[in-house]
Design a protein around this ligand. Structure first.
Ligand code: MTE
Ligand code: MO
Length: 374
């Protein structure tokens, strides 16, 4: 069993698949803390968790000349240490809602394949610049990452990002060895992972072992034949992965974590407290979350609970809260949330126009319904 050496997991995680391990935290715990505790952080593994000896571990960088350079963890720790608070969200978050509209292929994530942590490490920019890599080199357009986890053919998990994100002054791409002040847990990439803030989870390669500076994107399955968006009209017979662009920055997203869909409220309580999260990719901050208790006829602006975010470098989510009146009549309350980011991007009102065969990037308005009891 290639998964026999996988780490222990917290029993509260809601499991989507055991081998490989994929799980998300219960929504009611998500809104409990701005920083997600390590043991509750969602886990998205495509392959068995590699077991790595940190003493012999080396990160290899392959330059455009073909030359390579190896770094031990101690070598990396000689660079200036940075801590960045960043949320990670899987492109498949909220896929189960998308598949209710029309079936899609992929893990049936609920709406909490997203978490927020403080990541500590060194800047990829500092490491690359120390080796003389600059934005003026035309041979380098992409930075490819490879993990130590390998598929049955021996191919490692891989992804890539644009050199502009890796080297730009505001990219904040981190080679992280700590998560919330602790050593990186096995499920989250021990001993080293890349954190590409604002970018879809899939590019945040765990168990990072190799960085390749290249004129082309990663040729891995996950960069070329997965994690791409398509028109709702494209099906499995017509799909051509070469014709689409790999997902990088995440669009704006929000969801309701409390109360639970299908739960009960009592009319005598008069109000119900609604809580959730909101996040946008590309360094865009949430500026507003609108919440409706009547299916979208009227809206109330939620209070955001967040830490200050630097403009264009807003990497962390907001939690939010609002108190809605329980209507004087009717048996149900239909609660909806939608967010606005600082580019004034908004979430689409339904899945219809964004449906895609892989069920990616479902950021439509999040709906729940609660029963109103007398
Ligand atoms: N890196 C490696 N090496 N192997 C993986 O399977 N999964 C990716 C990314 N990095 C993955 C990986 C995906 S799709 C996501 S959403 C994030 O890791 C999840 O990170 P987490 O498990 O720390 O939440
Ligand atoms: Mo993902």
């Amino acid at each position: 069993d290639p998964f026999a050496r996988d780490p222990q997991r917290h029993p509260a995680l809601m499991i989507n698949s055991l081998k490989p391990f994929n799980a998300e935290p219960p929504p009611e715990l998500v809104v409990d803390s701005y920083i997600t505790p390590n043991e509750l952080f969602f886990v998205r593994n495509h392959l068995p968790v590699p077991v790595v000896d940190p003493k012999t571990f080396r990160l290899e960088i392959e330059f455009s000349s073909g030359k390579t350079k190896k770094f031990s963890l101690d070598d990396l720790k000689k660079f200036k240490e940075h801590t960045i608070t960043a949320s990670l969200q899987c492109a498949g978050n909220r896929r189960s809602e998308m598949s209710k509209y029309k079936p899609v292929k992929g893990l049936s994530w609920n709406f909490t394949a997203i978490s927020n942590a403080r990541w500590t490490g060194v800047l990829l920019r500092d490491v690359l610049q120390s080796a003389g890599v600059t934005l003026t080199n035309d041979e380098i357009k992409h930075v490819q990452f490879e993990g130590l986890d390998k598929d049955p053919t021996g191919a490692p998990y891989g992804a890539s990002i644009a050199i502009e994100k890796a080297l730009g002054p505001f990219g904040d791409v981190l080679l992280a060895y700590k998560m919330n002040g602790e050593e990186l847990p096995g499920d989250h990439g021990f001993p080293l992972r890349v954190i590409v803030p604002g970018v879809v989870g899939a590019r945040n390669v765990k168990w990072l072992s190799k960085i390749i500076l290249s004129d082309i994107e990663s040729q891995s399955h996950w960069q070329q034949n997965d994690y791409k968006g398509f028109s709702p009209s494209v099906d499995w017979d017509s799909v051509d992965f070469k014709k689409s662009v790999a997902v990088q920055d995440y669009p704006c997203q929000s969801a309701i974590c409390q109360p639970k869909n299908g739960s009960e409220v009592h009319r005598s309580e008069e109000t119900v407290v609604v809580k959730g999260y909101s996040w946008s990719g590309g360094g865009r901050d949430t500026i507003r979350v609108d919440v409706s208790g009547d299916g979208g006829k009227t809206w109330k602006v939620a209070t955001l609970q967040k830490e200050h975010q630097t403009p264009y470098r807003a990497w962390a989510w907001s939690l939010w809260e609002v108190e809605l009146p329980i209507p004087a009549d009717g048996k149900k309350m239909e609660i909806i949330c939608k967010s606005v980011d600082d580019s004034y991007n908004v979430q689409p009102d339904s899945v219809q126009g964004i449906w895609n065969l892989r069920g990616l990037l479902n950021n439509s308005w999040h709906h729940i319904a609660v029963d109103v009891k007398e």
